[in-house]
Design a protein around this ligand. Structure first.
Ligand code: URA
Length: 431
């Protein structure tokens, strides 16, 4: 087999076989196919796309390029979730302890944030002492002991995807549904869970701007997961405005704690409980979605989910006394953004709010950037709220970085109009 023939085959619109895709991924990971040939191949895929079969072969080849975590020494069904990335998305911090408090096995490897979306690992590091690095043995032992572990990617998971994603990033080939689907699913399949719920975000703060694109991505990921023997669900959820109110690492831990104590914002609770209800059913811990939801709400309201969160933090070295006063983890300097109009909030551009938090230092513009854990944005309004002139729209938690730019982004992101608007949050479920 020769790479040049496979590039021409794809360029001319013919589907590749499983063997051919394995050849490309294996040899590219080994350094035997140079970046210039792989770039040409990626551009051919950009224009000719891939069939669902090809995307599945690609996901499987990338999964097999590195460690595949074996969770079989944890009895029962292991669950995982993945979000395609949103602003203020702190669902994992709540969902994990919530499910574990009801008997599920939540074995999660998470990533760091890049660009306007945050990463669970950065958020967890705002808990003083919390260790995100764990050996696979310790990860498994912790899930066996307390039902949950949330760690950074351990071992060498899907190295082919790492190399390919970096190349896509600089060759304008990120934005291709089969490449996104196989990239995400290669890592999910390598992480070893039996049941996976994908939260596919749709809206201007998300990767997928339209519902049509999001459905295509979701259906393809569900199909790849199912062919690999996993229980799969994808839920399309809105990212037309940030999820919850707080954006920034310690701010999101703060809001997660409020939610785990039964005081969470409606949209955040709704997304968490919807995802959780499918994983409860997949784990045989409920007899119907309604039964699952009832159990989940109860665990949020009776303190058991919060108790499990403290157990998780403690097991990973976190200082749980610091969590009793999460306000102390936030930057002391605060700036209020006031409304200069009266009316209904008709839009909150999640992308711009995410960028504002990033400019303050909460996110990374490049992989090498250090994040500031205590800065960010607390939005006081949601779409549909009515506000008066002089009301506070948002509070910025700042150090000395990006204040003016962030303030301008927030002022432009929040649109005030005359009509009351209500947008559905849970758009679709794909099984
Ligand atoms: N996230 C991933 O992990 N891969 C992609 O290709 C896009 C988003």
């Amino acid at each position: 087999m020769h790479m040049i023939d496979l590039i021409s085959k794809k360029r001319d619109g013919f589907p590749l076989t499983q063997q051919e895709i394995q050849y490309i991924i294996h040899n590219y990971t080994q350094g035997l196919i140079p970046d210039y040939q792989m770039s040409a191949f990626l551009m051919a895929v950009y224009f000719q796309k891939m069939t669902n079969e090809e995307a599945t072969y690609l996901a499987l080849a990338m999964r097999d390029s590195g460690d595949v975590i074996d969770l079989s020494s944890i009895p029962g069904i292991k669950v995982d979730k993945h979000s395609t990335g949103g602003v203020g998305d702190k669902v994992t911090l709540i969902l994990g302890p919530l499910l574990a408090s009801l008997g599920a096995k939540f074995a999660k490897m998470s990533g760091r944030g890049l660009g306007h979306t945050g990463g669970t690992i950065d958020k967890l590091e705002s808990i003083p002492g919390y260790q995100v690095e764990r050996s696979v043995e310790d990860f498994i032992a912790q899930v066996n002991e307390i039902g949950i572990a949330v760690v950074g990617q351990s071992g060498d998971v899907a190295p082919a995807d790492k190399k390919l994603y970096a190349l896509r990033d600089v060759t304008a080939t990120v934005d291709v549904i089969p490449l996104i689907a196989s990239s995400i699913m290669s890592k999910k399949l390598a992480s070893g869970a039996d049941a996976i719920v994908l939260d596919v975000k749709v809206g201007h703060g998300a990767f997928m701007k339209t519902e049509e694109e999001a459905v295509k991505l979701a259906e393809l990921m569900v199909s790849i997961g199912r062919l690999a023997g996993k229980k799969m669900t994808a839920i399309l959820t809105g990212m037309d405005e940030p999820l919850g109110h707080k954006i920034g690492n310690a701010l999101e831990v703060y809001e997660a704690i409020e939610t785990l104590q039964g005081r969470g914002p409606k949209d955040l609770v709704e997304v968490t409980v919807t995802i959780g209800s499918h994983l409860m059913l997949d784990s045989n811990l409920a007899i119907s979605l309604d039964d699952a939801k009832q159990k989940l709400y109860q665990a949020l309201n009776d303190g058991s989910a919060y108790k499990k969160f403290l157990e998780l933090a403690k097991a990973q070295g976190g200082d749980i006394n610091a969590l009793k006063d999460p306000e102390a983890l936030l930057a002391k300097k605060r700036i209020a953004i006031l409304s200069d109009k009266e009316g209904y909030i008709t839009d909150i551009n999640a992308l711009d709010i995410g960028k504002a938090a990033m400019r303050l230092g909460a996110g990374r513009e490049t992989k090498e950037d250090q994040v500031l854990l205590d800065v960010g944005v607390d939005l006081h309004v949601k779409i549909g709220h009515y506000i008066k002139k002089g009301d506070t729209l948002a509070t910025l938690y700042v150090r000395d970085k990006g204040i003016e730019e962030a303030s301008n982004l927030i002022k432009h992101a929040i649109v005030i109009g005359k009509e009351h608007k209500d947008i559905p949050l849970i758009k679709r479920t794909i099984k």
